[in-house]
Design a protein around this ligand. Structure first.
Ligand code: HGY
Ligand code: MN
Ligand code: MN
Length: 418
């Protein structure tokens, strides 16, 4: 196979160029999904794909598909990609590396004049982060049939803007019906967002699956009161109840160490005034575990804690599960392609299960899927300090390219034997 090598400098240059779209003073990115900044980076992405001769289509969840023909345009494409939206204090690499690494892999094929058997498509998924609109991975979830399109379009941000209205506001409610876009396979390159690869000194993570994750929206209700005139024994302090629940969630996760995970990352204290005992608190709980049965146990212990903590404080509490993404095991053939790609590229590798959710988790429901990880410094992500080096980014894109070529060759053999 011709020496198809990723241009590390070009990939790094584009990572830094797009990082300026929503760049923050601390060196991160704030580019929430379906905002004007998202529209800008989408336009940047479309222009580069079209410059490579790709045709770009958009589905009605805003997912973008940049297609390069193969020898057999009648068969579904091998897709590669990730997401361009970020957390409010996101880093330069989460999601973006997967899209730009895919773009660079495609560009390498175009420049080498290498024609694949199957078409190749680079995908940018909408709202992977779940920060502006909950839950996470809404577009890939609708693509896989986990959410209905109406439910996805109805999701509201904290200003009450719906996902559908936000799509329309930037002109990305595409013509194609989400989910009617068959794929032969999907490979996603992503930073690990954890410490394993760096600690072990490995170049590549051969991602075999994704752990299970659930989100719950909670409202604790007490009574707003004057902080100066209300005796302690008469208070119904919703924030006290919420604080004890946060502490209990931490304890529940720790009791299922080392794999049990639990946190509260979003909280609204109402009325959030210095001299008012909070009458209501809204927050979101995130529970995760690679084993579905243990995740059920975490959920039971969490649910049992709600009234146990709130009743004695004179508080009422409601909890709604808004997201349940079961543990995922990726396709063995796609994982094998990633393993061979790391070997042929000369990189050290180890298998890993993803702690973070990814679009690949949903896509794996409708197409053979696997992921490739590269290390990130200190395992830090969802943080403006997130960092992966130029060579590590290029290594990931190189393995992505080789995994696609490996899978493409085997696909050709499969069709030839029919
Ligand atoms: O929630 C996650 O793990 C991902 O960042 N959406
Ligand atoms: Mn991501
Ligand atoms: Mn993320």
């Amino acid at each position: 196979m011709r020496n198809l090598v990723i241009d590390a400098d070009r990939l790094w240059g584009e990572l830094m160029e797009t990082a300026a779209i929503g760049g923050t003073p601390k060196g991160g990115i704030c580019r929430l999904t379906l905002t004007d900044l998202d529209a800008q980076v989408r336009a940047w992405f479309r222009a580069r794909c079209e410059a490579l001769g790709c045709t770009v289509t958009v589905d009605d969840m805003g997912a973008m598909f940049a297609r390069r023909s193969g020898q057999r345009d009648d068969i579904p494409p091998i897709a590669i990609g990730s997401h361009l939206d970020t957390q409010p204090t996101g880093g330069k690499f989460d999601g973006v590396l997967g899209v730009l690494g895919a773009l660079e892999a495609l560009r390498t094929l175009v420049e080498a004049g290498y024609e694949t058997f199957a078409p190749i498509e680079v995908i940018n998924w909408t709202n992977e982060e779940g920060s502006r609109f909950a839950p996470a991975m809404v577009a890939s979830g609708a693509f896989a049939g986990a959410f209905t399109r109406d439910w996805a379009w109805s999701r509201q941000d904290r200003e009450g803007v719906t996902f559908g209205a936000a799509l329309d506001a930037i002109g990305y409610r595409g013509d194609e019906r989400c989910g009617e876009h068959p794929l032969s396979a999907f490979f996603e390159l992503h930073i690990e967002q954890g410490p394993i690869l760096e600690v072990e000194g490995r170049d590549i993570g051969i991602v075999t699956g994704v752990q299970g994750m659930r989100w719950y929206e909670v409202t604790v209700t007490g009574e707003s009161a004057h902080t100066g005139a209300t005796p302690m024994r008469l208070r119904r302090n919703a924030l006290l109840g919420a604080a004890r629940l946060v502490d209990r969630i931490q304890a529940i996760a720790e009791q299922h160490a080392p794999l049990g995970l639990g946190a509260v990352g979003l909280m609204d204290v109402r009325p959030n005034s210095r001299n008012v005992v909070p009458g209501e608190v809204f927050f979101c709980v995130d529970l995760r575990h690679p084993d579905a049965a243990v995740l059920d146990q975490l959920e039971t212990e969490y649910t049992n804690s709600l009234r146990e903590i709130c009743d004695p404080l004179g508080l009422t509490v409601s909890s709604t599960r808004i997201w349940d993404q079961p543990p995922v095991h990726f396709d063995a053939e796609c994982v094998a392609s990633v393993r061979r790609a790391a070997e042929v590229s000369g990189f050290s590798a180890r298998e890993v299960v993803s702690g973070a959710g990814h679009d690949a988790a949903y896509v794996s429901r409708v197409a053979p899927t696997a992921m490739i990880f590269v290390p990130c410094r200190g395992g830090i992500s969802h943080n403006e300090a997130e960092f992966t080096s130029k060579l590590q980014c290029a290594a990931g894109a190189q393995v992505l390219l080789q995994a696609v070529l490996d899978y493409d060759r085997r696909l050709a053999e499969r069709y030839a034997s029919r």
